[in-house]
Ligand binder design. Structure first.
Ligand SMILES: Cc1ncc(COP(=O)(O)O)c(C=O)c1O
Length: 397
């Protein structure tokens, strides 16, 4: 009865949302989700901030506001990005409904049917789905423990010099947890300039760095305005506010603003004011430090337990920040089979195939180490270790 568009047929259900239905049982130890740890949401502070804003400035907070976002918030973001050696002002920033909206708008702005776009292999499912609606050809570039392989990127650009953009999550990547080395970040900029193919740098985990030094984003090396940067408050404050940003040359910001106007006019005014007020009143850096400390401890526990419990044939990444570990099984093993067996033992993770643009690799999976407490991490990894040992034995007979 409903005659849907061709575009609608390109929208795939997210593998993670489908999984979520299977793992609703609260007894399941789930390493599957992509959610931050809710115990660190600053509830009392946000309660004070929201009620003060509504009481004292409700007329503004509940009113329509500018498409580009609140000036005060854009200034706060520009100042924070300056700390990461990104030279920009509020004029370079447009506030979005999470960085997911930045991805959807980037698809709208750049992709015509059949266009080539380049990304890491594997990449963030939400981005692949946001781009797929525009029917591009997505070419994945392999990675190692230092991120996307620059030789392979150079080869891909040579083969597809008309590619519309390179999409990358350089720091503490979702799903692998891997970081693109500083040297490769600079090489990527050079290649982008050489081929005049822009980079879309999606960096929501940048500040969740477990080491002391700063990880500088690709945008910090960009002297010609080839990089469009997407940021977010989801991982450092709370995702429910749905506030992120696009940082780009002014003429590109204007294009995004036209798209945003046609989609939702502007991002939630109250959420934006809450962030401005929270950051002005409280110590946001301190808050991020607490998140890093908790996540670092949980990462350590997971890695240590994996080293003790997983069979030798299995390999995994050692993330220096962010939320995820990526596990690679031996080639004969299948992560979805392991998932089904693990679920019987009430442990869950995300099988890796849907993170690959062409879905052809089936021996990997993603573990989130931040949402379960340390006891559940230990218990869950022990159970998973048993499943993996059993599967390995079966595969070898
Ligand atoms: C790499 C990456 N990009 C973008 C997003 C979307 O984040 P949000 O829209 O909450 O800012 C996520 C969320 O998990 C992500 O992992």
């Amino acid at each position: 009865m409903f005659n849907y568009s061709k575009r609608e047929k390109l929208i795939k259900p997210s593998a993670i949302r489908e999984l979520a239905k299977l793992i609703q049982d609260p007894d399941i130890i789930s390493f599957a989700g992509g959610m931050p740890a809710p115990e660190l949401f600053p509830l009392e502070e946000m309660a004070m901030v929201s009620s003060d804003i509504i009481r004292k400035n409700g007329g503004k907070a509940l009113q329509y506001s500018a498409t580009e976002g609140l000036l005060d918030l854009r200034k706060i973001i520009a100042n924070r990005m300056n700390r990461f050696n990104v030279s920009c002002t509020e004029e370079n920033i447009i506030i979005t409904n999470g960085s997911q909206q930045g991805l959807a708008f980037s698809g709208k702005l750049f992709i015509d049917e059949g266009d080539v776009i380049i990304c890491e292999n594997p990449s963030y499912i939400g981005a692949l789905n946001a781009f797929r609606i525009f029917n591009p050809r997505i070419i994945g570039v392999s990675m190692d423990e230092n991120g996307m392989l620059m030789d392979e990127l150079a080869k891909t650009l040579k083969e597809y010099p008309q590619a519309k953009f390179i999409y990358t999550i350089p720091d503490f990547q979702n799903p692998t947890g891997v970081t693109l080395s500083a040297e490769r970040k600079q090489t990527m900029i050079k290649l982008s300039e050489q081929y005049q193919v822009p980079i879309i740098e999606d960096n929501p985990y940048l500040e969740l760095n477990f080491n002391d030094g700063i990880s500088y984003p690709i945008k910090s090396y960009d002297k010609t305005g080839n990089v469009i940067y997407l940021g977010s408050f989801s991982k450092t404050l709370c995702p429910g506010l749905r506030v992120g940003w696009i940082l780009a040359p002014q003429e590109v910001v204007k294009k995004y603003a036209l798209i945003k106007q046609s989609v939702d006019l502007h991002t939630n005014t109250l959420s934006q004011m809450e962030i401005v007020e929270y950051v002005s009143r409280y110590n946001y850096d301190h808050h991020i430090m607490a998140i890093r400390d908790l996540y670092r401890a949980r990462r350590d526990t997971m890695l240590k337990t994996m080293a003790a419990e997983f069979p030798d044939s299995i390999h995994w990444t050692k993330p220096q920040g962010g939320m995820f570990i990526w596990v690679t099984l031996s080639e004969t093993m299948n992560a979805t089979d392991v998932f089904n067996k693990a679920l019987e033992q009430k442990v869950a993770f995300v099988p890796g195939d849907s993170f690959f643009p062409d879905g052809n690799i089936s021996n990997c999976f993603r573990l989130n180490y931040v949402t379960m407490d340390e006891n559940r991490i230990i218990e869950g990894i022990k159970r998973l270790g048993q499943v993996l040992k059993g599967d390995e034995v079966r595969n070898n007979v």
